[in-house]
Design a protein around this ligand. Structure first.
Ligand code: PXG
Length: 285
């Protein structure tokens, strides 16, 4: 089915949604994006996603040519134009067309693109039985090189790790930071449960501060589950009672094997299940 795309200031048919070959988003990955979901017509944590998009843009000196209010309305309009109530929304802001040189100051027309589509979910058995993941040799990029907190259009670091996961027949791969500490997966944050306590790497481990991650931390607190940010090593994962990943697409997904080590009893644990249920209740509330 042909989609309707929001392009800069209006909705256009998919065939008319085009960017220039001189756009630095294409030439250099110079731009930022967000991935959001709507549940029963309600966009989950829209403000948090817009704040993160604006923070990413600010970090790369990109001025988004729209107010947050206008962007929020455009998201709603794009969903409506595509008759979607439960869907995946991609917000993209590119640096715009420029010269073949790097200079972002020679780009004058940042492109704002909103795509709303149905979401392709992991198969149900992944949620019931849990994922197997492996550690990628590709390290998460150091924040001194490029902050992982910027959700930029340059995802090659994550894609290199994703390829390693796929080569090992895993849909996700664990990424360590340059110190060998656990950072996150290629498109998901990671949590472990140890002795009833929830642990997840802090932002300075070199992660994207996931919106699902933050929601799960809040849910844990409401549910009386102690949750804290902690530096984790692979040993902490291998010896954990439970492990799960969080992300907009995956929501909360259990992990039952890492690098060939069975986690806990090899099936989704009770705290993972509790938080999964709480998350489902939250997004559908
Ligand atoms: N870490 C990274 C590196 C991410 O890209 C997350 C964590 C989870 O963040 P949220 O805010 O979604 O809880 C992400 C976001 C996809 C897809 O299509 C997913 C992301 C990015 C791009 C595409 O699955 N994940």
């Amino acid at each position: 089915m042909a989609r309707t795309i929001f392009m800069n200031d209006r909705l256009v048919p998919e065939e008319e949604a085009r960017v220039s070959v001189f756009d630095h988003g294409l030439l250099y990955g110079d731009g930022v994006f967000e991935g959001l979901r709507s549940y029963s017509g309600h966009v989950f944590r829209l403000d948090a996603h817009l704040d993160r998009l604006w923070d990413s843009a600010r970090a790369i000196c990109l001025e988004i040519p729209l107010t947050k209010e206008a962007m929020a309305q455009a998201v709603i309009d794009t969903l409506a134009a595509n008759s979607l109530t439960d869907g995946y929304i991609r917000l993209i802001v590119t640096r715009g067309g420029g010269t073949l040189g790097l200079d972002p100051n020679r780009c004058s027309n940042p492109q704002v693109i909103i795509i709303a589509d149905t979401i392709s979910l992991y198969p149900r058995e992944f949620y019931e039985q849990g994922l197997r993941i492996v550690t990628a040799a590709t390290q998460r990029i150091q924040s001194a090189a490029l902050s992982p907190r910027i959700k930029s259009l340059n995802y090659l670091n994550n894609i290199m790790a994703k390829l390693e996961g796929l080569q090992a027949s895993c849909v996700e791969a664990l990424m360590l930071n340059h110190k060998g500490e656990v950072a996150e997966c290629t498109g998901d944050n990671i949590f472990v449960v140890r002795s009833g306590r929830l642990l997840t790497p802090p932002p300075d481990a070199g992660i994207l501060e996931g919106i699902t991650r933050n929601a799960v931390m809040e849910l844990a607190e409401t549910d009386g589950i102690d949750c804290r940010e902690a530096t984790l090593t692979r040993h902490d994962l291998y010896t954990a009672d439970e492990c799960f990943l969080t992300g907009t697409a995956a929501e909360v997904i259990p992990v039952v094997e890492i690098d060939g080590r069975t986690i806990g009893h090899g099936n989704p644990g009770p705290i993972t299940r509790r938080l999964t249920d709480a998350f489902h209740a939250l997004v559908r509330a």
